[in-house]
Design a protein around this ligand. Structure first.
Ligand code: ADE
Length: 354
């Protein structure tokens, strides 16, 4: 697996946040994450319906001796889009080149990568909804006809040259399928959404990671971490390391339920997996906007976060957990959100702490 460049992107999306419960952080630990990435469908936990359809697509492509159709994965960050692309490459027996849209700023960036591909290889583009128009237009004939349309000369003497490319598979990943342009979306043969993981699935991820890292953990300890991982394996894996540090320093290194809970309490990750930012967001809507609805820009300015971090990172889980609601007039804290924060709802617009 070769990583061409995604560092800029990771820095950009997370400038303000470096918290353990966020799936994208500035100190993104590629080595750690790569060392524990599953390589086969059998070791990849969760996303079972998606895995079944992908297995069939992979098998069929191998039988036809053709590259896989272009694939688009969408869903919140940290759910394993890159990992799944790596599994597909492994199962197809081909190389994968990994990059992200913000790293493809100049035409020569995307042209360079396309021209470096060998037959059957996979090109993975993260945050593909952020490709600029020129890069998109270079991609269209590359995806459709495996060719590059180059122009030479100036004004009256301009000539278009069609350069053939080897057949390849593009795997695009995005947290925002709706932000993809129609023509780009239409060029993907397979489009799939990744779902949040259940507690049981995350407990399996935790136990697998602990096994690889030689960390002793009980079943209950694994579940305690899984419960507070916001349905996201990338978070679960980070928490395994943090809780393991605590277990080593404060105990004998073994992660039990009690050790996991104590350690996660110190990290201020509550039993829904929410951190201070999530709680501030919900409390702000309750305190300043009577529980909402309130616009996302207003919330972002008030808590000092950028809109994209809230939309892509905080919100999907708060919505899925039923703590926040999205309405045409803005975001609203749900009754479950009030309950979780131990806040009381008043019809007259006043809320109080119990
Ligand atoms: N690590 C991160 N995601 C994983 C998954 N889906 N299965 C196993 N280990 C993982």
């Amino acid at each position: 697996m070769s990583i061409i460049s995604d560092d800029n992107d990771i820095k950009r999306t997370t400038e303000k946040r470096n918290e353990i419960v966020k799936p994208e952080v500035i100190e993104y630990d590629h080595n750690f994450e790569n060392s524990i990435r599953p390589k086969t469908f059998d070791t990849y936990i969760g996303q079972s319906a998606l895995k079944e359809t992908l297995k069939i697509s992979v098998e069929a492509a191998k039988k036809r001796e053709q590259p896989l159709d272009h694939l688009l994965f969408y869903g919140p960050p940290g759910l394993g889009k890159t990992t799944l692309a790596g599994v597909i490459a492994e199962q197809m027996g081909v190389e994968i080149k990994i990059t992200s849209a913000p790293a493809l700023e100049r035409p020569r960036d995307i042209i360079g990568i396309l021209m470096s591909l060998k037959g059957g290889e996979i090109l993975f583009i993260d945050e593909i909804h952020r490709l600029n128009k020129i890069a998109e237009e270079i991609l269209y004939p590359a995806m459709e006809d495996f060719s590059l349309d180059m122009t030479t000369g100036k004004s009256q003497t301009v000539k278009t040259l069609r350069v053939p490319l080897p057949k390849f598979t593009l795997i695009g990943a995005t947290t925002k399928a709706g932000a993809l342009s129609g023509p780009l979306r239409d060029r993907f043969g397979i489009i799939h959404r990744l779902e949040f993981y259940s507690e049981d699935e995350l407990a399996q991820v935790v136990k697998r990671t602990a096994g690889i890292l030689n960390i002793d953990i009980t079943e209950e300890g694994a579940h305690a971490i899984a419960r507070r991982s916001r349905g996201t394996p990338r978070i679960a894996n980070r928490l395994v390391k943090r809780v393991s540090d605590y277990a080593l320093v404060k105990h004998d290194g073994k992660i039990t339920e009690d050790i996991a809970n104590k350690s996660l309490d110190i990290l201020k990750i509550d039993n829904f997996g929410l951190d201070n930012t999530d709680r501030s967001l919900l409390n702000l809507i309750i305190d300043k906007y009577n529980g909402g609805p309130v616009g996302i820009e207003t919330i972002a300015a008030a808590i000092g976060e950028d809109v994209r971090t809230i939309e892509d990172v905080c919100e999907p889980y708060l919505l899925q957990a039923g703590l926040l609601q999205r309405t045409p007039r803005g975001r609203k804290v749900s009754p479950a959100g009030y309950k979780h924060l131990k806040r009381e709802m008043f019809d007259n617009g006043q809320q109080n702490l119990f």
